[in-house]
Write a protein that binds this ligand. Structure first.
Ligand SMILES: C[S@@+](CC[C@H](N)C(=O)[O-])C[C@H]1O[C@@H](n2cnc3c(N)ncnc32)[C@H](O)[C@@H]1O
Length: 222
């Protein structure tokens, strides 16, 4: 099935106060040339508390993360997406839910991860990334070897990386890359219908396309 334009939707621009509360935005230029001058992405810096930090890479419209923030009030959640309308929608959703333990970063997460200190994240989620399979498009691949190494760096020892996709070839390709990297231990691998926990999952499951999920643990240094 051709991948459709799920990014076409109407969204109200959040108020200046809501943006100031929930949103951080970084240009590729700043992330590349002066990352050391930008504030770190930590629970302490963004929320003023010392609490487990959970990252969602490519959070889309923030449904998953806002729900998690409601269900786990003592954890801190940060979603990354480079699509401005999705970030705005995520901010509106978080504000309507009245949660204060979630923030959204508008940036390319492959670059923005360098603002997250080593071992700072308790959990990382990558849910339904665009499954880039063609070599000619590899610059758009969200899970390159370099991104995987960054993800491993920011994850605490024992922390979990949840990787979920509707594309079996992408799943196989990335699990092979992860196995070869020797950076993670595979905790679980599952294939099936999970009842649409995110917008994209609901979309693909209505066409009988199952979800492929891997949960990977960062082991202690060998
Ligand atoms: C198919 S959507 C999935 C959204 C959400 N995780 C869900 O399951 O509903 C993929 C999202 O990843 C974002 N994305 C892809 N590559 C990205 C990157 N390098 N940096 C930031 N966002 C990215 C896209 O803008 C899009 O919102």
């Amino acid at each position: 099935m051709a991948r459709v334009k799920l990014k076409r939707f109407r969204v109200k621009e959040p108020s200046a106060q809501a943006k100031a509360r929930y949103m951080r935005s970084y240009s590729g230029r700043d992330l590349h040339f002066r990352p050391a001058e930008l504030p770190p992405i930590t629970s302490e810096e963004l929320f003023g508390v010392s609490a487990p930090l959970v990252l969602d890479l490519g959070c889309g419209r923030g449904e998953f993360l806002t729900r998690q923030a409601q269900q786990r009030p003592s954890d801190c959640f940060v979603g990354f997406d480079w699509h401005r309308k999705s970030i705005w929608d995520a901010i509106n959703r978080a504000e309507a839910a009245g949660v204060d333990n979630v923030r959204f970063v508008q940036a390319d997460f492959r670059q923005a991860l360098r603002l997250v200190p080593e071992n700072a994240a308790a959990e990382v989620h990558m849910l339904f990334p665009p499954p880039i399979l063609k070599r000619s498009k590899r610059k758009q691949d969200p899970l390159t070897e370099r991104a995987l190494r960054e993800l491993h760096r920011v994850l605490a020892v024992g922390g979990l990386f949840h990787f979920v996709t509707d594309s079996e070839p992408y799943f196989r390709l990335k699990l092979a890359m992860i196995a070869q990297s020797d950076l993670f231990e595979l905790e679980t691998e599952a294939h099936g219908f999970e009842g649409g926990q995110t917008r994209f999952q609901r979309f693909w499951e209505q066409f009988n396309i199952p979800t492929h999920r891997a949960v990977l643990r960062k082991p202690p240094p060998r």
